[in-house]
Design a protein around this ligand. Structure first.
Ligand SMILES: [Zn+2]
Length: 133
């Protein structure tokens, strides 16, 4: 894993997402994985971090159907936003697509996918979503 001078920020996270990569910061001191990335380890306060690529698959922990959406998502409403538990207990919120809201179940297996059709720039967060495996 090569160390790169890419700042450990949300902006960098989304830049990776735009390249179809789910990346997190991993503390080189204690091994804590920070998702979303932060510039300092939340466990040991070290700034000795490196980027790691995560496998974007996990189980749905909870979800909410959004009927009244922010302006930029209004055309998609109602849509579902969930929290997905990835490996090692990492949690990542995201939109759930390609499934009817009534078929969504807690514990279902989901996989990350990347939306290359959105033209919106950072700080939009529609560039990744989850879909059923
Ligand atoms: Zn640490």
């Amino acid at each position: 894993m090569s160390e790169q001078p890419i700042p450990f920020t949300i902006a960098s996270f989304y830049k990776f997402v735009s390249e179809n990569k789910l990346m997190a910061a991993k503390c080189s001191e204690c091994g804590t994985v920070l998702l979303p990335p932060k510039p300092m380890c939340t466990n040991c306060l070290s700034t000795n971090l490196k980027w790691i690529e995560l496998e974007g698959a996990g189980k749905l922990l909870s979800y909410t159907v959004i009927h009244i959406a922010p302006e930029q998502f209004q055309s998609m409403a109602p849509y579902t936003v969930g929290i997905v538990e990835l490996k090692k207990g990492l949690r990542l919120p995201g939109m759930i697509r390609n499934v009817n809201p009534e078929e969504i179940k807690i514990g279902m297996n989901l996989k990350i996918d990347f939306d290359s059709s959105t033209s919106s720039q950072w700080p939009a967060w529609t560039r990744y979503f989850f879909k059923p495996l």
